[in-house]
Structure formats: structure tokens, C-alpha cells
Design a protein around this ligand. Structure first.
Ligand code: SAM
Ligand code: DTB
Ligand code: SF4
Length: 332
């Protein structure tokens, strides 16, 4: 695939005058006529980015299952019975093999995920090695390992970690319906430590967990009001898995997902907005609407963490059909 360099990549968000978004203002965006919302999102997208360039991140679960947290959506929680085994951490060789394959397939960023509440000392030693070696392949690095303390953010920064993913997941008001083993402030504290250590933040949430429109707007407002807001904002559509408490949640109207992408684009103009989990269940037409709404990043690779993602071949075909190309952005 032809790649394109990041000539439209955003400059640091900290330069911009921070704008505060009330939940009501975000909700009002959601309620715009669909065409007006899309038009606004596209105008803003085109002001800051090449609208045809898409950032590609490949995910690898480096430690799967057996998690001590009770996140209601998650297959990896030991509170649920989604049939995911508690596995040990992958060897560095397996991680590098997957990273090389991702690079060869055209991914620019490699994201390592672990089913931990927080990493232990030994976990950190292994992850630091992985980050160094993946970065040495010339890829951007991202990790999502749960909560971090100051020492750990320092270790990851020194190892060369470019992005840390830690999602707010939902609004503060709805959070307690989904997770009880750690609170919203824990998440904000970790994100503040990541920022203080000088890494880029990847933070977003999940749509379609039974939240109200106001609560959905509440998540976007929380993200947009971070100062600076995250460089990368993954918007996940809940992947419903048998054995998790959210397995029987009512389906989200795909247009409400598209609206969320547009609202994220308008409120966080310079962020990479990632059309994340749930693409496997989306038609090409819905995905095309998401790109029109301002999504400019995807998870690329046949697997997310424990669930499937569209196959690389299908994504290549979709990108060709839409005239999209991978962004060869480098933040280091
Ligand atoms: N254990 C770490 C943590 O929770 O911070 C990192 C891995 S965790 C699986 C990363 C994120 O994946 C979650 O915060 C959530 O937003 C997303 N996620 C997990 N399961 C999902 C599902 N079934 N559908 C959509 N998103 C999901
Ligand atoms: C994010 O926001 N979504 C990714 C990544 N960050 C770590 C994870 C999606 C997980 C989907 C369910 C699974 O595969 O287990
Ligand atoms: Fe554990 Fe992360 Fe899954 Fe929550 S989302 S149960 S912390 S792996």
C-alpha cells in the first residue's frame, strides 16, 4: 500500500487555547440534524488533517485473561466466564514476531495490551524490554497495562514508549454501573502521570453499554476538557461477548456510533479519532460514514485483544475502495 507522510499531523494541542465543553453543549452537537453534524465534523477534519490518510495501529495481547478487575464489558475479567484462559506473559520473541509482521503489513504503531489492574515490578521489566525492541524496529509504540505510578511512567518514558492507552471508558455518572473495582479518579490520576512523564495519551471509551445520550456526551466532554486533550481518542463500539454482564445489552444504532465519531472530531479537532473495537460487526457503509465523520485511525490486524477484527485483506480492500491510504506518521 502507498503511504503518506504526516504533513497534516497536528502540532501539540497545548498550543491551542483550551476550550471547555459543557455536557449540554456536547449533547446539543449530538442532536444536530445528521447532515449538519457531518458537515461541521468534515470542515474541522479538513482544517487539521489530510482527510484521506488513516493511522494504522496493530494490537497484541501480551498478557491475556485472569484479570482481577470486574469491568462489565471485558472477556478477560476473572469475575466473568467468557472462556478466556489466564495465560502467562508472552516471550519477547513472540512479541517481536508479531510486531515485525504488523510492520510488514503496513502498521505504523504497535500497541501491547495486558489484562492487569496494574503491572508488577517483574511485569515492568518484561514490558520495558518489549517497548525498547519494538521501537528499535522503527515502529511507534503504545501500551495499555492498567494503572501506573510515577516510577512506572518514568520507566516507560525512558524505554521510549510513545503512547499510553488508558480509557475513561464512559461518563463519571455511568462508570459505577460498569466497573466497581477501581474508580474514575484512578483513571484520571494515571492519565495525569502519563502526561507528566511526557508521553502521548491515548484515551477514549466504549459506546453502546446502555448509557444515556447525556452520559455519552459526558464521556466526550471529559475527554475534550482534558488540558491538553488526548492525542489519540479510541471510540469503541461495545463488543458483546457471551459470559460477560453486558452480553445482552441492546444493539446501538450504527448512526449513533457515527454521531459519536463526529462529536469527538468537533470537540477534539487535532486528535486522531480511532474507529476502534466493533468494526467487525460494521458494514463498509457504516465505516465509510465514520471516516466521513472524521475518524482517521483504526486498529489494523485480524485480532483485537481476545476478539476478532476485520481481516487485513478486507481492510485493504475497503481502504482502496474509499481512496484512503495509511499515514506514515512518526512521533519520534
Ligand atoms: N487492563 C488494562 C485496562 O483496562 O486499563 C488494559 C487493557 S483493556 C482490555 C483496554 C480497553 O479495551 C478497555 O479500557 C476498554 O475500553 C476496551 N475494551 C475491552 N473490552 C471491550 C469490549 N468488549 N468492547 C469494546 N471495548 C472493549
Ligand atoms: C481500545 O480503546 N480498544 C482496544 C485497545 N484500546 C486496547 C481494545 C479493544 C478490545 C476489544 C475486546 C477484546 O478483543 O477483548
Ligand atoms: Fe482487566 Fe482491563 Fe479487562 Fe478491566 S478492561 S477486566 S482492567 S483487562
Amino acid at each position: 500500500m502507498q503511504t503518506k507522510t504526516a504533513e497534516f499531523a497536528p502540532s501539540s494541542q497545548s498550543e491551542a487555547t483550551p476550550q471547555t465543553w459543557s455536557v449540554a453543549a456536547v449533547e446539543a452537537l449530538y442532536k444536530l440534524p445528521f447532515s449538519d453534524l457531518m458537515y461541521r465534523a468534515q470542515q474541522i477534519h479538513r482544517e487539521h488533517f489530510d482527510p484521506n490518510a488513516v493511522q494504522l495501529s496493530t494490537l497484541l495481547s501480551i498478557k491475556t485473561g485472569g484479570c482481577t478487575e470486574d469491568c462489565g464489558y471485558c472477556t478477560q475479567s476473572s469475575y466473568h466466564s467468557a472462556g478466556v484462559e489466564n495465560m502467562k506473559i508472552l516471550d519477547i520473541e513472540e512479541v517481536l514476531k508479531a510486531a515485525k509482521a504488523a510492520k510488514n503489513a503496513g502498521a505504523g504503531r504497535f500497541c501491547m495490551g495486558a489484562a492487569w489492574r496494574e503491572p508488577s515490578k517483574e511485569d515492568m521489566t518484561a514490558v520495558v524490554e518489549m517497548v525498547k525492541e519494538v521501537r528499535a524496529l522503527g515502529m511507534e509504540t503504545c501500551a495499555t497495562l492498567g494503572m501506573l505510578n510515577d516510577e512506572q511512567t518514568g520507566q516507560l518514558k525512558d524505554a521510549g514508549l510513545d503512547y499510553y492507552n488508558h480509557n475513561l471508558d464512559t461518563s463519571p455518572e455511568f462508570y459505577g454501573n460498569i466497573i466497581t473495582t477501581r474508580d474514575y479518579q484512578d483513571r484520571i490520576d494515571t492519565l495525569e502521570r502519563v502526561r507528566k512523564a511526557g508521553m502521548h495519551i491515548c484515551s477514549g471509551g466504549i459506546i453502546g453499554m446502555g448509557e444515556s445520550l447525556t452520559q455519552r456526551a459526558g464521556l466526550v466532554a471529559q475527554l475534550a476538557n482534558m488540558n491538553p486533550y488526548p492525542e489519540s481518542v479510541p471510540i469503541n463500539n461495545l463488543v458483546k461477548v457471551e459470559g460477560t454482564p453486558l452480553a445482552d445489552t441492546e444493539d446501538l444504532d450504527p448512526l449513533d456510533f457515527v454521531r459519536t465519531i463526529a462529536v469527538a472530531r468537533i470537540t477534539m479537532p487535532k486528535a486522531f479519532v480511532r474507529l476502534s473495537a466493533g468494526r467487525g460487526e460494521m458494514s463498509d457503509a457504516v465505516q465509510a460514514l465514520c471516516f466521513l465523520a472524521g475518524a482517521n485511525s483504526i486498529f489494523y490486524g485480524d485480532q483485537l485483544l481476545t476478539t476478532g477484527n476485520p481481516e487485513v485483506e478486507r481492510d485493504r480492500a475497503l481502504m482502496n475502495k474509499l481512496g484512503l491510504y495509511p499515514l506514515a506518521d512518526k512521533c519520534h
